[in-house]
Design a protein around this ligand. Structure first.
Ligand SMILES: C[S@@+](CC[C@H](N)C(=O)[O-])C[C@H]1O[C@@H](n2cnc3c(N)ncnc32)[C@H](O)[C@@H]1O
Length: 500
């Protein structure tokens, strides 16, 4: 048996984890069952998100064969140094509060019997980025007003530090001064284009845009080169509601602002006309909110982590009662909600929901209940896995083959967005992104980095080394630094510029 205790730093300090209560009950459950103990991984994490997709103890099958590739290609079975059958995963933040042994034994029994334990499955197995949790995420941003009205909380309260660093005036001033420093010599040589484009992806309530535009106007007033007159600030988001909200926030600057309803993973679909023209692509707290797969290198083999969303039986029963239906029909109602949104759902299904508020309550309860099962499926070869359009899975090799076993995010949505955005940048342009980045592969071996739930949305930290590697391959220098204007936070600023 292989035991991987990741949150080792929590074994020390004022309230150290008691490793025996986290591990021994699970080992006892395993030893009393019939599982081949030589083929078990026992993995402990500290899942810091109070709301998340995991149970306190989960069982993850490890498949021995890759899925069949499209077409008639024979399935290649890569060879590893260990041939594990399953991973048992324990969240040690919560494990002391449960009869862990009974839970683990129950999971092992269900697994041996091929039983789903009464779970209501919301989808079939697939890559994490294709899970319906991303439809929940999109629904949250589309109907943010209904959610916020129901909770009485704004989305920013769930962000690290309780408000977005995008509102930070010092950070905006720094950035604007750097833009001016690039533009001044271009003006002097007549090389500065008339139109000065700034693109923001994922605008939220528009605070980032407002702070930038207010500071830009003020600094330009002092600087005296008339840049504000030439400025075009493009606010982009996939939620029309959010875009409308942001427009109200920047009402004083509307002559310089345009809004685009677009998917941040493919900005060029609407902004293709700006290729090589944008001086700043500005992003905050968005990459960690874009769909992602996870991959793992275990025992010398590479796996994709496949997921399957489900509702635990007792939660499905509560939801059924709430919506005046049966647990077996709850899944269909959830999918209808994701397609229509709560307001239309209430109209379309009056037998289940008295009004929109009842549909919102169902939405919130369903989101609170949703969990992810996971399993490991061997990848036939990294080259067969496209991480993002035209980004080969081979980009993962140096990260996965960097030493001991590791599991990491691919951040396919962030990667796609990043690569696409680079092609918008003017040769003297910059992409700035404030977000939760993992900057060192080794950190994946010690820390849980998502997925977690922020109110109605999903959060996963972003694989910084992967983005940097891909950026370099595209001719860009990519740097990470702690967000300079707040101490003690987790936010990192990524800067990407054409390599000198
Ligand atoms: C956490 S908010 C961040 C808002 C703002 N940038 C800030 O820092 O406060 C994430 C924003 O990204 C948007 N978003 C998420 N996924 C998106 C996608 N695929 N395409 C476009 N916008 C997306 C959401 O609608 C939301 O406005």
């Amino acid at each position: 048996m292989l035991v991987d205790f990741r949150p080792h730093s929590r074994l020390r300090g004022t309230t150290p984890i008691d490793i025996t209560t986290a591990l021994v009950p699970v080992v006892e459950a395993l030893s009393e069952g019939s599982t081949d103990l030589s083929k078990v991984r026992l993995v402990c994490d500290w899942v810091q998100y109070k709301e998340n997709f995991r149970d306190v103890v989960d069982l993850r099958p490890i498949l021995s064969r890759p899925e069949r590739l499209p077409g008639a290609d024979p399935v290649v079975v890569p060879v590893g140094v260990r041939e594990d059958d399953m991973e048992i995963a324990v969240d040690v933040r919560r494990s002391a509060k449960l009869p862990l042994k009974e839970h683990a034994a129950e999971l092992l029994r269900e697994y041996a019997a091929g039983d789903t334990g009464g779970r209501v499955l919301l989808e079939d197995w697939g890559a994490g980025s294709r899970s319906c949790i991303w439809s929940f995420n999109a629904r949250y941003w589309a109907d943010l007003d209904l959610w916020e009205k129901s909770t009485g909380r704004g989305y920013e309260q769930a962000l690290p530090g309780g408000e977005s660093d995008a509102r930070n005036h010092d950070a905006a001033r720094d950035l604007i001064r750097k833009l001016f420093a690039v533009w001044d010599p271009l003006v002097d040589t007549g090389a500065l284009p008339e139109e000065l484009y700034v693109v923001e992806l994922g605008v939220g309530n528009g605070s980032q845009a407002k702070v930038f535009l207010d500071e830009f106007r003020a600094l330009d007033g002092e600087h005296g080169r008339g840049y504000y007159r030439r400025l075009h600030y493009l606010m982009c988001d996939y939620s029309q509601h959010v875009l409308d909200l942001a427009r109200e926030t920047v009402v004083e600057h509307l002559a310089h602002v345009s809004s685009f309803a677009l998917d941040a993973t493919r900005p060029r679909t609407s902004l293709g006309f700006l290729r090589w023209k944008v001086f700043l692509v500005y992003i905050s707290n968005v990459y960690d909110n874009l769909p992602t797969d996870e991959v793992a290198q275990l025992g010398g083999r590479t796996y994709q982590v496949q997921t399957r969303a489900y509702l635990p039986p007792e939660r499905a029963a509560e939801l059924a009662e709430q919506a005046r239906t049966t647990p077996g029909d709850v899944g269909a109602l959830v999918h209808k909600l994701l397609r229509l949104g709560p307001a239309l759902l209430a109209e379309a299904a009056p037998a289940h929901f008295a009004d929109a508020d009842a549909a919102v309550a169902f939405w919130r309860a369903a989101w609170g209940a949703v969990r992810l099962e996971e399993r490991y499926v061997p990848l036939a070869g990294l080259d067969t896995y496209e991480l993002a359009p035209e980004v080969s899975g081979e980009m993962l090799r140096p990260l996965l083959e960097s030493g001991a076993d590791v599991r990491m995010h691919v951040n396919n949505g962030a990667l796609a967005s990043f690569v696409d955005s680079l092609q918008l940048l003017h040769p003297f342009g910059t992409l700035i992104c404030h977000d939760l980045f993992v900057t060192d592969v080794a950190a994946y071996r010690a820390n849980f980095r998502g997925p977690g739930k922020y109110d109605g949305s999903v959060v996963n930290w972003v694989n910084g080394p992967l983005l940097a590697h891909v950026g370099r391959r595209h001719g860009f220098d990519v740097h990470y630094a702690p967000f300079a204007h707040r101490s003690g936070g987790n936010i990192i600023t990524m800067t990407a510029q054409v390599r000198d």
